[in-house]
Design a protein around this ligand. Structure first.
Ligand code: G6P
Length: 609
């Protein structure tokens, strides 16, 4: 989704801004732009399409300057076009970049038009530029003008404003969309994601909700929503500098699929000691909270929601605790029941997903006993606003389609279920067995990755198809859902997942020779039931693509292709069977020639509703 970079320095900042945008490309966008103060003139360059096109345009007509702002836009209001790309301006004085949605933009537009301000784009952002310009006329102070302007905005914003007459300062404001300030030596930077700034600094501070800040080369003044001055220290980031490097891989997604054994080893590092897991890895009070917990509510979006669904199966079968899961955008807008002594869990790669964050804030009002975030980004909003947090340590995930973030989330969630079960009295021996299964995940994933070339061959059959079905049962049903999501996200093939027992209640009507059906079939107590479901498909001419345990004894025959997956433990099988489905989608997308890492219309981090 949209990305912001800004800089104020004594050197030319154009290359810093463009490099920052490159590092935010993974979030998904359709146009990009930059505004730099050059010889007391705001020079603006915008392009539809990729950052490369913007970079080429900037190098053709360089606009060197020590202060500037830049943006990648993911269209919400108004089509993707140069005219709708940010920065937006008010006359020749003010330039603005904005992430989020201004909900009352129509009303503000009417008021500002009546005052003579001219609107040229279809965006909601342009009102911010004119509103700040209007207040600046009265105050001649950019900070005050922004403080007054944001009081009139409804909706979500992370915004950065610059003024032609204020060549030493950027003013930034945050409500609902993250913003981070980075400190260099005698220079200062802002961005919507610290990844954008890693080449220039490792010192960061995050703005909190409602805050406005004046950012100058050597100092930052922060004010809360009531205008009180706030003291906040910069902190050293632990994120890797080279997180944006593709290495020898053709796509980030493939790199991230192959990184999973290491990523999960990182998730586990220092968290399993002598065959045991201490609840404190989830936060200092986790042990007390897990002791008291009587119910769990999990809320998430997209792939993270599928991790929630697997956790429901684990929670109820291992820890005997009722667990409800819900999509965040549904949960936040319905009247729901809050159980007694319930733990509210959010799962999120980015920690900034707007619906998940809104659901957490609602849960706090509703009186949940405590909140826990399972997240990949330290310092993100969800982490900061939750009572407990568990960092998945997947490392930066650049591919829009989530892979290693998902399997590391599942690993953390399984550890959490084991901790709760332990505190509810699970026998030591059983805890040790579960912990041993968790420790074997990285090795088992390595074995699954060895099936890559077989899966690549299988993928050939999918490239001409328009529809597909994914089947699983029990805790493999959410894995089938995740497999279907991956395929539709990156190959644009319509893919639906069903719990195999539901087949005869509708989807059987879809089966014919043109329909590939992917089945995840580990050897477990549901295997015989699943086999019957598969027979129902075969009898109607469906083409089966089966990922199964060797011991499940599936034979390759006409209409049935099988790849065997070794998974030694029932409990971790959902994690292991995820791998072949990721590889299948990846290869289908490569054969189809789609944009694997930045699929059309999708964004990595969805910071608007
Ligand atoms: C977007 C991404 C998905 C992700 C979802 C939730 O749709 O493309 O990959 O699963 O957001 O994101 P989160 O950061 O909250 O896990």
């Amino acid at each position: 989704m949209c990305g912001i970079v800004g800089a104020v320095a004594q050197r030319d900042v154009s290359e810093i801004l463009i490099e920052g945008l490159r590092r935010l490309e993974y979030r998904g966008y359709d146009s990009a732009g930059v505004a730099i103060l050059n010889n007391a003139e705001i020079q603006r360059v915008r392009r539809l399409g990729k950052v490369k096109e913007l970079a080429d345009a900037v190098s053709e007509s360089p606009a060197p300057g020590g202060i500037g702002i830049a943006h990648t836009r993911w269209a919400t209001h108004g089509e993707p076009s140069e005219i709708n790309a940010h920065p937006h301006v008010s006359g020749s004085d003010i330039a603005v970049v904005h992430n989020g949605i201004i909900e009352n933009h129509e009303a503000l537009k009417q008021q500002l038009s009546a005052k003579g301000y001219e609107f040229v784009s279809q965006t909601d952002t342009e009102v911010i530029a004119h509103l700040v310009a209007d207040h600046f006329k009265q105050t001649n102070d950019l900070l005050k003008a922004v403080q007054l302007a944001v009081k009139e905005l409804d909706g979500a914003y992370g915004t950065v404003v610059m003024h032609r007459d204020k060549p030493e300062e950027l003013v930034v404001a945050r409500s609902g969309s993250p913003l981070v300030v980075g400190k260099g030596i005698g220079e200062m930077f802002v961005a919507s994601d610290q990844l954008a700034l890693l080449p220039v600094t490792r010192q960061f501070l995050y703005l909190e909700e409602g805050e406005v800040a004046r950012v100058e080369r050597t100092c930052v003044e922060i004010y809360d929503v009531d205008g009180n001055s706030i003291d906040r220290e910069f902190e050293e980031s632990t994120v890797q500098h080279d997180a944006g490097d593709k290495g020898p891989y053709r796509h980030y997604m493939l790199k991230e699929i192959y990184e999973q054994p290491t990523a999960i080893s990182n998730t586990l590092e220092g968290r399993i000691i002598n065959g045991d897991i201490n609840s404190e890895i989830f936060g200092v009070n986790a042990s007390d909270i897990f002791d008291k917990v009587e119910a769990i509510q999990i809320v998430a979006c997209g792939t993270s929601f599928h991790a929630a669904m697997v956790t429901k199966y684990w929670c109820e079968s291992i820890a005997n605790i009722p667990c409800h899961v819900e999509i965040a955008s549904e949960y936040r807008y319905r009247v729901s029941y809050t159980p007694k002594n319930a733990l509210f869990i959010t799962i999120s790669q980015s920690g900034e997903t707007a619906d998940t964050l809104a659901a957490l804030r609602l849960a706090k009002e509703k009186g949940f006993m405590a909140s826990l975030s399972i997240c990949n980004v330290p310092g993100s909003s969800l982490v900061r606003e939750s009572d407990l947090a568990f960092m998945t340590r997947a490392g930066a995930e650049i591919g829009v389609a989530s892979t290693k973030a998902f399997t590391t989330q599942l690993t953390g969630l399984l550890m959490m279920v084991v901790c709760i079960a332990k505190q509810k009295g699970m026998a030591k021996e059983q805890v040790s067995q579960l912990v041993a299964s968790i420790e074997s995940i990285p090795g088992e994933i390595k074995h699954a990755l060895e099936k890559d070339s077989l899966i690549e061959q299988m993928a050939e059959d999918f490239s001409e198809k328009h529809h597909s079905l994914f089947l699983g049962r029990g805790d493999q049903y959410p894995i089938a859902m995740e497999g279907a999501l991956k395929l539709k996200e990156i190959s644009y093939i319509h893919a639906e997942a069903y719990a195999a027992g539901e087949l005869k209640h509708g989807p059987l009507a879809l089966i014919d020779h043109e329909m590939p059906i992917v089945v995840v079939a580990p050897k477990n107590e549901l295997l015989e039931k699943l086999k019957s479901n598969m027979e129902e498909v075969r009898a109607r001419g469906g083409q089966l693509y089966v990922f199964a345990d060797k011991q499940a004894a599936f034979k390759e025959e006409s209409g049935v292709k099988v790849v065997s997956i070794d998974s030694d433990h029932d409990v971790t099988a959902p994690i292991i069977y995820t791998i072949p489905l990721q590889l299948l989608s990846y290869h289908v997308a490569v054969i189809k020639g789609t944009d694997v890492d930045q699929p059309r219309n999708l964004a990595k981090s969805v910071t608007v509703e």
